[in-house]
Design a protein around this ligand. Structure first.
Ligand code: HEC
Length: 137
């Protein structure tokens, strides 16, 4: 069987079109993450920003370093949603108490659920060696 260049061109063009089409169709097939509500979580992000939690806390290890990283606090077996509610309401010596309304508090929790669902940010899984390089424990 002899392949004419024309056929090769047509086959490659077809592959190109199918592949391009499949890439454009992909975002349409991504389903919503069931672990959090997107709208409420984005309201919660505004709560997080307006009360300036980031000035003392980190998300994904970035932010202020007075308080701990809160990215995965919701799935932390020793912490979770209850600790967040209690801490924000009562505060500690170093953290002021925040008088959030119920809906602000709920959306803040939803926001922390969304950061939790987005990945892990546990810097404690790493050591800094004598050359100041980060290596896995
Ligand atoms: C002035 C700095 C400061 C601000 C602003 C602040 N925090 Fe804190 N937060 C801290 C410190 C410091 C701790 C650790 C307190 C301790 O262990 O006694 C803490 C602890 C916490 C904890 C418990 C974490 C753990 O692992 O036990 C939560 C949850 C928390 N903060 C949520 C928030 C939220 C939500 C906001 C914004 C509404 C906020 N904080 C604003 C300083 C702050």
């Amino acid at each position: 069987m002899n392949f004419k260049p024309r056929y090769i061109f047509i086959i490659l063009s077809l592959f190109f079109l199918i592949y391009s089409f499949s890439i454009y169709i992909k975002p349409l097939t991504i389903t919503e993450d069931s672990r959090f509500n997107k709208e409420i979580a984005s309201e919660g992000r505004l709560v997080w920003q307006s009360y300036n939690c980031q000035s003392c806390h980190q998300l994904y290890s970035l932010g202020g370093y007075l308080g701990p990283d809160l990215t995965n606090i919701i799935s932390n077996p020793n912490k979770g949603e209850k600790i967040v509610r209690a801490m924000v309401k009562s505060g500690t010596k170093q953290m002021p108490a925040f008088m959030l309304s119920d809906s602000e508090m709920n959306s803040l929790i939803e926001f922390l659920k969304s950061t939790d669902a987005s990945g892990k940010a546990d810097h404690r899984e790493f050591n800094v060696n004598e050359f100041c390089m980060i290596e896995k424990k």
